[in-house]
Ligand binder design. Structure first.
Ligand SMILES: Cc1cc2nc3c(=O)[nH]c(=O)nc-3n(C[C@H](O)[C@H](O)[C@H](O)COP(=O)(O)OP(=O)(O)OC[C@H]3O[C@@H](n4cnc5c(N)ncnc54)[C@H](O)[C@@H]3O)c2cc1C
Ligand code: FES
Length: 365
């Protein structure tokens, strides 16, 4: 089981008719485990009579630079279990079991110019990035924000206020399907044209993301400056409920059938060979072993040694287990989250990695 923590909900904010924010109080004892970067997410345990629990990820809409408290924003999914449970059942005073913040949908530097595309609940990590860039960075920020209609715009007021406070740095373009229809690739391309040197972040429903990424590709926007966050329900259950994990895996497979195979890798054959030396740094502590069976994934091996390594989905979908290689090489069975820039920086998913060199050194920081 992953290292989870109980967080107290101190406030529930109704954002729109079908979205709410949960504001958390983090106990001083483990506050250092809950520091985060803009764009990261929490994994929440949601109890289930049928399966014990399900795990769902929710991006932090708060900013580490402007907000004292962590806040996630949940939009109801039609017929969805977790999102409706959170919006219906959680009141101030409730406690939720959560994993620490994770994820790589986060700007390398807040001083870059940022081109942000969000649709619906995809605004959640994007708002965190906007607030952080304006408060702690120096670049320009353009946000294209698509919604069904005016009533479904989450954070409309916050964005209006930010744009008024930073007229020379923030431009918010609202796109309402009820007024303008669905945006076309050509219209989206027009927002990106001339901004090819900016860092692009895209989050929203799969068809929207596909359209935006297609437009960015047509403009030859380099891969390392196109970042995407896919909102899927996890296929694994880090809270240790196998029945829940199996059910969730079916749901994700159904929901993801039309996914862009952008970052997918051919699953490599399970490696064999002599034991490998592994040294990892986690929370300032070094762990060294010289008996890593190369057919065993790094996360699994570390767990077998009693190391409390972080993870969430265990399926290459969320990046909660990301490590940075300092020496050696690994191959990943599946990668649905890391982009070329991450890979060039040596970032790998421990839950998917088996070694291809005699020695591997990596860090979780
Ligand atoms: C990194 C990350 C960040 C995220 N951030 C946010 C966020 O900030 N805000 C937010 O609202 N969401 C976010 N999500 C999405 C969130 O984790 C959930 O996926 C979402 O809330 C839906 O979960 P659910 O339990 O309500 O729906 P689910 O129960 O998972 O259902 C999802 C869909 O599958 C269908 N379905 C359910 N059961 C079956 C079945 N047996 N067969 C076929 N179809 C089925 C449902 O009808 C529904 O359409 C994020 C996801 C990730 C991975
Ligand atoms: S735990 Fe989710 S990608 Fe490894």
């Amino acid at each position: 089981m992953a290292d989870s923590y109980l967080l107290r909900v101190v406030e529930v904010v109704a954002e729109t008719a079908d979205a709410c924010s949960l504001v958390f109080d983090v106990d001083d004892q483990f506050a250092d485990r809950f520091t985060y970067r803009p764009g990261q997410f929490l994994t929440v345990r949601i109890p289930s009579d049928r399966t014990g629990s399900v795990a769902r990820c929710y991006s932090l809409s708060s900013s580490p630079h402007t907000d004292d408290r962590l806040r996630v924003t949940v939009k109801r999914t039609a017929d969805g279990y977790g999102s409706n449970w959170l919006c219906d059942e959680i009141r101030a005073g409730a406690e939720l079991e959560c994993l620490p913040p994770a994820g790589v949908f986060t700007p390398r530097s807040l001083d870059e110019d940022l081109l942000l595309f969000a649709a619906g609940s995809g605004i959640t990590p994007v708002l965190s990035i906007v607030k952080s860039a304006l408060a702690a960075g120096s670049g320009r920020v353009t946000l294209v924000y698509a919604n069904r209609d005016e009533r479904s715009v989450i954070f409309a007021q916050a964005l209006t206020e930010l744009a008024a406070e930073h007229p020379d740095r923030l431009q918010v373009v609202h796109w309402l399907e009820s007024v303008q229809g669905l945006p076309t690739a050509e219209q989206l391309r027009a927002f990106a044209a001339g901004r090819e040197t900016w860092d692009a972040f895209v989050c929203g429903p799969a068809p929207f993301m596909k359209l935006v990424v297609g437009a960015l590709k047509e403009l030859e926007f380099p891969r390392e400056r196109r970042h995407q966050e896919k909102f899927v329900s996890l296929g694994g259950n880090p809270f240790g409920d196998e029945a829940g994990a199996a059910k969730a895996a079916e749901e994700v497979a159904a929901a993801e059938s039309d996914d862009e195979p952008d970052r997918q890798e051919e699953a490599p054959a399970a490696p064999t060979g002599p034991a490998v030396s592994l040294e990892v740094e986690l929370d300032g502590e070094k762990h060294a072993f010289d008996d890593w069976d190369p057919s065993v994934r790094m996360l699994q091996f570390l767990e077998s040694k009693g190391v409390k390594a972080p993870y969430s989905c265990r399926e290459g979908e969320c990046s909660a287990c990301a490590v940075r290689l300092l020496e050696g090489a690994v191959q990943m069975a599946h990668n649905d989250v890391l982009d070329e820039e991450d890979l060039e920086d040596g970032i790998r998913l421990a839950c998917q990695s088996t070694p291809t060199s005699e020695t591997v050194r990596a860090t979780y920081s």
